[in-house]
Design a protein around this ligand. Structure first.
Ligand SMILES: Nc1ncnc2c1ncn2[C@@H]1O[C@H](COP(=O)(O)OP(=O)(O)O)[C@@H](O)[C@H]1O
Ligand SMILES: O=P(O)(O)O[C@H]1O[C@H](CO)[C@@H](O[C@H]2O[C@H](CO)[C@@H](O)[C@H](O)[C@H]2O)[C@H](O)[C@H]1O
Length: 455
């Protein structure tokens, strides 16, 4: 059997970008399920493992390759040597081996069931099983494989039992003919904790598209390099027209989501519960990042102002983790990716109806990130601070204008909700950056400026 494999994996998993428990020791790693997707040499094992860290248990999906000899092209993916069925094998991260990832594509094309894994093809979609897969090199919470510039297949790393909100939403929006999503082709499902669970989703790969984050950064760079005194509007590469258009696309996506999925209203009692929840999350975040205590009053004030909303607020399905890295600009329009909600949150919370301001808040935060991230470690950061603020405010305003122009609601109550949710997102980001990119911590901390109201 897999003697030694759990130990090998426990040593390796903590170093992976997608590992969510950074900063805490791994007490134990157990293999919950093992499916042999391809026998022989190379072999492909599909593992679901549980990682125990103090009182928390997190499940991860690991496609593992096994070979008697490891070719040079796979050295970087090596996990270690182990014994498999009495033979010495090199275990490695199989996502880097196109010979093995082809099995996933073929599984979806042929709608196979292999052991506990069920491969699905979207009705009417044609999948070419011969395309070669390669790993997308992006800063990601998951791992995506691009097959021949035609499809992109996202393998969820951290697993939460249940159908992924992303699959649900992409299928719903595709059926409704939304122009703002990448067409779905297939998905992989397995049982986790006794529940059918989405393990991977494959969509159309938008080969020529530019990421919103990259476009925004190019614009910020242009502004920083322009002569002093030139405004963001006059410097080359102004992003505001794109921010306006993105606001419009966001309102259209919200509109479609409200059409396809249930909607509701958040009562004043539920708003009170939301205020309590936001305060609780703030306290937890201060526990995790004590420096946040200095800024917590600004966030708490914004949360408390929600009590002034006396008529309730409309709620619906939303994106949940909306930022510039989740939108792609194709020649035609903006396309929205990754409807997963905040990674690591319980599934019920990620699927719950919420204020569409949650997404508007996420994107406003992202404009601030884009403006400020080049200042991290910059020798002239203080001198550029004013320009960062100008860029951020200009693009935040343009986004809101585009949102409102396309029918997105932005009443007084919406703005109060927006401010509270923006503060809540910044609190989340403080914890996220402390764990993943400590150098970036000043970016979300700068959000807690007293009296700063959206935009
Ligand atoms: N359909 C697509 N076409 C082209 N690139 C894509 C597509 N979907 C995702 N990407 C690229 O992959 C990156 C990560 O995708 P995402 O769904 O956000 O993964 P994660 O949930 O792991 O963050 C995106 O930022 C984008 O650059
Ligand atoms: O991996 P996901 O895309 O689902 O989201 C997580 O990682 C994001 C970072 O890649 C993080 O976003 C934060 O950084 C972005 C720039 O890299 C910035 O545009 C976002 O505004 C900021 O929140 C996201 O919060 C996290 O959930």
């Amino acid at each position: 059997m897999t003697r030694g494999l759990p130990d090998l994996l426990a040593g390796w998993i903590t170093g992976q970008r997608w590992f969510a428990g950074k900063g805490h020791a791994v007490d134990a790693l157990a293999i919950d399920s093992l499916t042999e997707l391809h026998g022989g040499d190379p072999a492909l094992l599909h593992l679901i493992v549980s990682v125990r860290q103090a009182d928390r248990r997190t499940r991860y999906q690991l496609p593992i390759g096994l070979r008697a000899e490891l070719p040079g092209r796979l050295r970087h993916a090596l996990i270690g040597a182990c014994t498999w069925r009495g033979r010495q094998r090199y275990a490695y991260d199989a996502v880097h081996d196109h010979v093995l990832t082809g099995r996933l594509l073929a599984g979806m094309a042929d709608e196979l069931t292999v052991g506990a894994l069920r491969f699905h093809r979207v009705p009417g979609a044609e999948i070419d099983p011969t395309l070669r897969g390669s790993v997308l090199t992006a800063e990601q919470s998951n791992t995506s494989l691009v097959f021949g510039e035609a499809y992109i297949c996202k393998l969820f790393r951290q697993l939460t039992p249940g159908v992924s909100p992303e699959l649900e939403i992409v299928m719903g929006l595709a059926a409704a003919g939304s122009a703002h999503i990448a067409r779905p082709y297939g998905w992989i499902e397995g049982d986790v904790g006794g529940e059918p669970t989405t393990l991977a989703i494959m969509q159309e790969y938008l080969a020529g598209a530019a990421e919103g984050w990259t476009m925004a950064l190019a614009s910020v760079r242009d502004l920083y390099a322009s002569p002093p005194g030139l405004s963001a509007a006059d410097a080359g590469g102004d992003f505001a027209p794109e921010a306006f258009r993105l606001g419009g696309a966001t309102a259209e996506v919200h509109d479609r989501l409200a059409e396809v999925f249930p909607t509701g209203s958040m009562s004043p009692r539920e708003i009170k519960a939301l205020i309590d929840r936001l305060h609780r999350k703030l306290e937890q975040a201060v526990g995790a990042v004590p420096r946040l205590a200095l800024y917590a009053g600004v966030a708490a004030g914004a949360f408390d102002r929600l009590a002034g909303i006396t008529h309730g607020m409309p709620v619906q399905r939303v994106h949940g983790d909306y930022h510039l890295g989740q939108v792609l600009r194709t020649p035609a329009d903006w396309v929205v990716l990754d409807f997963e909600g905040e990674p690591g949150q319980p599934l019920a919370e990620r699927r719950a109806l919420d204020s569409p301001m949650r997404d508007v808040a996420g994107m406003l935060r992202s404009f601030d990130y884009a403006a400020r991230h080049l200042l991290v470690g910059h020798p002239h950061a203080d001198a550029l601070e004013g320009r960062a603020r100008e860029w951020s405010e200009r693009n935040r305003a343009a986004f809101l204008e585009g949102y409102a122009a396309a029918g997105g609601p932005l009443t007084g109550d919406d703005m109060v909700m927006l401010r509270a949710l923006e503060m809540s997102k910044a609190v989340y980001e403080v914890v996220y950056e402390a764990r993943n990119r400590p150098d970036w911590l000043p970016i979300p901390l700068a959000a807690f400026t007293p009296g700063r109201d959206a935009p």
